[in-house]
Structure formats: structure tokens, C-alpha cells
Design a protein around this ligand. Sequence first.
Ligand code: SF4
Ligand code: SF4
Length: 162
Amino acid sequence: MIEEYAEMLKQVGHRKSTYQDIFKRLRRKKGKKLDALFQEAHDEVFAEIDCMSCANCCTDLGPRINSADITRLSKDLSIKDTHFKHQYLRKDEDGDFVFKDMPCPFLHADNVCFVYEKRPRACREYPHSDESPIRLQRMEKDLDICPAIGAILQLVDSKLDQ
Ligand code: SF4
Ligand code: SF4
């Protein structure tokens, strides 16, 4: 991760209680207006953030992998589902498939995702900041993983009462 994004995460860490207060405030405002603000802020922030200069979610977090992901990825790699599961996956404490080892086995040293076009659904949706309805709890738990979340949150908060 480049220094700029590490610094963004550090700043969020220093002001964690401020961000928690913003999340509390937003929970009281759920609805279409809030979803639209998140969509707008998501687009604005990700127009600036370069995920290939970060890759923190691919390094530290890792996605849940569903059965459609397994079928699609196995086919792409020309191996059987069972082989894919055996080679790359384990079950977590909730019984969901996740990668055995992190960083993700498909992350190359230059932060290129080797299976980008076929990547798991959870990778496509991360960090869930443009979902409707927005699920604030999901983002809150990853405040210190994804540098985009703090930036999106600040933007949404600044426009909330306009
Ligand atoms: S599959 Fe690709 S996008 Fe998903 S965690 Fe691995 S490297 Fe990242
Ligand atoms: S989604 Fe967030 S954590 Fe993942 S690479 Fe992009 S900025 Fe980094």
C-alpha cells in the first residue's frame, strides 16, 4: 500500500470515535436519500483512489467465496471444483469458504488480480459503499482496512443536511 493510503488509514485510526459518531448519526437516517449520497460519494472517492496502489483488502481481508464463485473460478483455471476447494479454500468459523492463505493466492506482486474478470462476488462488491440499501455495519467494521471508507463517510456526512 502506498504511503498516502497508509496515512489515510492512520488518520482514521486517530479519529475513530468521530467516525463512530458519524455512523451512529447515519443509522438514524436510513433510506433512499442516504443510499443516493453513498452512491455519489462512492463514485467521487473511487474516481481518485487507485485500488492497485492499495490492495489492502486482497492482502489482509479476503473475500467469502460462494458456490457460483467456485464454479466460475475452477472453470477459468481449468480445474475441478473439488481440486479448487482443496488447493485454495478453507471454511471459516461461520462455515463459509474463504482463501486458505492470505494474501490472496491470486494477487500478484504488482497488485494485479490474476482472476480479475472472474473474481469472487465479494471482491466485486467490496467495500459495499454503493449498495442499496446501504449496510453501515459492514463498512464500519472495515474502517481500518479500506482507506476509501473514511473518505466516503466524510463526504456523505458533509452533504447529509444540505
Ligand atoms: S480474487 Fe482478486 S480481487 Fe479478490 S482478493 Fe484475490 S486478488 Fe483481490
Ligand atoms: S477496495 Fe479499499 S481496501 Fe480494497 S484495494 Fe480498493 S481502496 Fe484498498
